[in-house]
Design a protein around this ligand. Structure first.
Ligand code: AMP
Length: 176
């Protein structure tokens, strides 16, 4: 099962980047090419039947599988980045993180009005980051087609808070 394989591969780093945070390190997944392919296969299977025009991946670990998935689905990938990184005209939104705060940006031409956007990140913690991403997508007139995460920290209950935007929340492994 993909969830068991991911559980085995993901490495817990205690007190990173701050005391009290258990960081879920996905770099061992990236070293395993066939597991990366299985991750993309699992996303494709679970998103079967969802109409998606664009995948928006969140800096920086949301770029890794986000681009692979978009490429597999033969649809555009657009990066959501921290303020000051994107070179073209942007829209911006503040976000609260599990360990800090930031402003996220998206290029104004990344999404056309009416496009159905899958928001992707490596991990769902409190949901602050994807909430800001959701507001960026909506600012450009996009519709949220769903959310896809490799990991969900279910004990933080973010899925319940996201459901009013989209019930379509795909996660491959959950930690309680
Ligand atoms: P949140 O906004 O609280 O849902 O946090 C999600 C974002 O922070 C994602 O971009 C994650 O990569 C990162 N993140 C938050 N908590 C962790 C964690 N425990 N381990 C790894 N990444 C995390």
């Amino acid at each position: 099962m993909i969830s068991t394989k991911l559980e085995t591969a993901i490495r817990d780093i205690a007190d990173f980047p701050k005391p009290g945070i258990v960081f879920k390190d996905i770099t061992p997944i990236l070293k395993d090419a066939s597991l990366c392919t299985e991750v993309i296969d699992a996303f494709v299977e679970r998103l079967d039947g969802t109409a998606i025009d664009v995948i928006a991946g969140i800096e920086s670990r949301g770029f890794l599988f986000g681009l692979m998935l978009a490429n597999r689905m033969n649809i555009p990938f657009v990066p959501i980045r921290k303020k000051g990184k994107l070179p073209f005209e942007t829209v911006e939104e503040p976000c609260e993180l599990e360990y800090g705060s930031a402003i996220l940006e998206l290029h104004t031409d990344a999404i056309l009005p009416g496009q159905r956007v899958l928001i992707h990140d490596d991990l769902l913690a409190t949901g602050g980051t994807v909430n800001a991403a959701t507001r960026l997508v909506k600012k450009l007139g996009g519709q949220v087609a769903g959310y896809a995460f490799v990991i969900s920290l279910d004990f933080l209950k973010a899925k319940e808070r996201l459901k009013h935007v989209s019930e379509n929340i795909v996660t491959l492994v959950s930690f309680q």
